[in-house]
Write a protein that binds this ligand. Structure first.
Ligand code: UDP
Ligand code: MG
Length: 139
């Protein structure tokens, strides 16, 4: 059954550049309710765990280094059709291919430093939310 929840994190480049507030504003204006939010930083090992699905990919080591390079802002979000609607709001992985007005088009620097994460399925949204918010109850 769809959960209507998705998981996101504002990545180190966007946090460092002071875009967290603008990005959260876009998320709320798009109709997502913030269920949980914090600011934290991953170790390279924890980043590797989060992205374990990509461990055979050529970009994996750089990605783990980048994702642990500074603070991030993980959030659990709620909206009808949340996973798909959020992927549309953030745009393509490579900002060069992202639609106008998407978060990645506006704020991403590169295919790696692409400002924001969005879960790709209800199942992964739950796993990824639990990765950061292990003891969260319903809000
Ligand atoms: N990534 C990268 N190089 C690539 C593809 C992806 O550095 O060629 C990074 C990028 O930060 C991306 C993350 O790895 O967001 C996870 O990749 P995925 O294919 O899952 O993209 P996403 O689901 O984030 O759009
Ligand atoms: Mg992905």
């Amino acid at each position: 059954m769809p959960t209507n929840r998705t998981f996101t994190m504002i990545k180190p480049d966007a946090v460092q550049d002071g875009h967290s507030g603008a990005i959260i504003k876009m998320i709320e204006e798009a109709g997502f309710r913030i269920v949980a939010l914090k600011k934290t930083q991953l170790t390279p090992e924890r980043a590797g765990e989060f992205y374990a699905v990509h461990k055979e990919r050529p970009f994996y080591n750089d990605l783990c280094k980048y994702m642990s390079s500074g603070p991030i802002v993980p959030m659990i979000l709620e909206k009808d059709n949340g996973v798909a609607d959020f992927r549309a709001l953030i745009g393509a992985t490579n900002p060069a291919n992202a639609d106008e007005g998407t978060i990645r088009k506006l704020f991403a620097k590169s295919i790696e430093a692409n400002a924001i994460h969005g879960s790709d399925s209800d199942e992964n949204a739950e796993i990824e939310g639990n990765f950061f918010f292990a003891h969260i109850e319903q809000f």
